[in-house]
Design a protein around this ligand. Structure first.
Ligand code: CA
Length: 429
């Protein structure tokens, strides 16, 4: 049943990304308190419920204290590592507290709310390791066709989830500026030169956060992988295409990817995503996943119906008050591999997975060419320029361009939830 029943009025607005059904976790600094420790909170409407303040303001039942203790201490990793029953306990309590008809003490909880407009978001948790996958077969095929027209999809693609180890040190939450990277670039003729990237691109992705990790050397079976999934965010895997095309063989991307990766600040939890799970299917002609990647529940509900959108707004567009221009719309359900398969495959050799680890979905392009998650695809490698509402053209990202990913889940039987914004401006404005 659809409900928008919170006493926090802004959460009930039809356009709100953060109704009471969402309750995503994030870390924030109240404006003017930049020297203080970041605080953990959940988004509700246009407010943040400060979880540390909440635990001090209201009595938490004794049997829920283990679940709330890491939240009160500001340690989201410790909370994520707990069994899902603790996550469900906290969600039920927060729902009761914030519900219009619940037993919450609204007057006391009111004092624990911080307007989102008066907070600066920081990384929601410590990400020990970041791995980026390549799960959209549409992206893999269209990018492959640019470089290998006769053989776009490599023979391993339908058998093994392709990934590479990224760099957690340069993960950053939405809202910052990203300097244009420099690197080795190989002109068509002559030796490589070192200089600023001329083919800067975005990659529209989703980031999956690990909840509980595994023991060293112990794989996570596919039937248990969902229990290790805490939640997700939007992710932009900025990519320097000219640096990438020179450096990537034979070991894959390196400096073309690790200068910056931008995340939306809120982790939308597995529990909030439950109404939007969809079957995972493959065309009948494709090989079935190997047994260690096969599970009935995964086939029944391993996918996630998450609408995604990416837009651009140049410095000139901002100066002229022109709205951001939508470049593409796509959906996470186009993944060839599910999040559970990524977790299981990543740990299948005994690799240690830890609470807070981040797995990127890979550029999430859809079956139609308009559903492309990178400029590399939208401009066919820079051959076909896009025209912006300002009359400017783009083959790749230019300085001053703001790139924003947004996303939401919506269907006929559940309240729409949003993921917030994943935005950054390239270079100097
Ligand atoms: Ca990527």
């Amino acid at each position: 049943m659809k409900t928008r029943g919170s006493w926090v009025a802004s959460a009930n607005h039809p356009e709100s990304e953060f109704p009471i059904e969402n309750l995503p976790f994030g870390r924030f600094m109240p404006t003017g308190l930049d020297q203080a420790d970041p605080r953990l909170g959940v988004a509700i409407g246009d407010q943040i419920l400060d979880l540390g303040a909440l635990v001090r303001a209201i009595p938490i039942p004794a049997d829920e204290s283990a679940a709330f203790a890491p939240l009160a201490a500001g340690d989201l990793n410790a909370f994520m590592a707990l069994h899902k029953k603790y996550h469900q306990q906290v969600r039920a309590r927060l729902t009761a507290i914030l519900s219009k008809n619940g037993q919450g003490d609204a007057a006391r909880v009111q004092g624990c709310l911080v307007p989102q407009s008066q907070a600066r978001m920081v990384m929601p948790c410590t990400v020990g390791d970041y791995t980026d996958f390549y799960t959209s077969i549409h992206h893999a095929t269209s990018v492959g066709s640019l470089f290998r027209p006769d053989n776009p999809l490599l023979p391993n693609y339908k058998w093994v989830p392709i990934g590479y180890h990224g760099r957690s040190s340069t993960l950053q939450v939405s809202g910052g500026d990203i300097p244009r990277p420099s690197g080795q670039i190989k002109p068509a003729e002559g030796p490589p030169v070192f200089g600023p990237c001329q083919k800067l691109d975005f990659e529209l992705e989703v980031g999956f956060f690990l909840g509980a990790g595994n023991a060293p050397g112990v794989p996570i079976p596919i039937a248990e992988a969902e229990d290790h999934f805490f939640g997700l965010c939007l992710l932009n895997d900025w990519s320097a295409r000219d640096i990438q095309s020179w450096e990537y063989q034979p070991l894959g991307p390196f400096l073309s990817k690790n200068f910056a990766t931008t995340l939306s600040p809120w982790i939308v939890t597995r529990e909030a995503l439950a109404p939007f799970r969809v079957p995972y299917t493959r065309p009948v002609d494709d090989p079935a996943p190997l047994p260690y990647l096969t599970d009935p529940e995964n086939q029944q509900a391993g996918g996630i119906d998450l609408h995604l959108q990416i837009s651009i707004q140049s410095a000139e567009m901002r100066a002229r008050n022109l709205s951001p221009h939508v470049l593409a719309k796509t959906n996470l359900k186009y993944s060839f591999w599910t999040m559970a398969q990524l977790i299981t495959h990543h740990s299948s050799n005994g690799c240690l997975m830890r609470s807070g680890d981040l797995l990127g979905s890979g550029t999430m392009s859809g079956p139609d060419s308009s559903e492309a998650g990178s400029l590399l695809e939208l401009t066919r490698g820079g051959k076909e320029a896009l025209t912006l509402p300002s009359g400017e053209t783009r083959r790749f990202i230019e300085d001053g361009d703001a790139i924003e990913i947004t996303g939401f889940c919506q269907n006929a039987s559940a309240t729409r939830i949003g993921l917030g914004s994943c935005r950054a401006v390239i270079g100097s404005t």
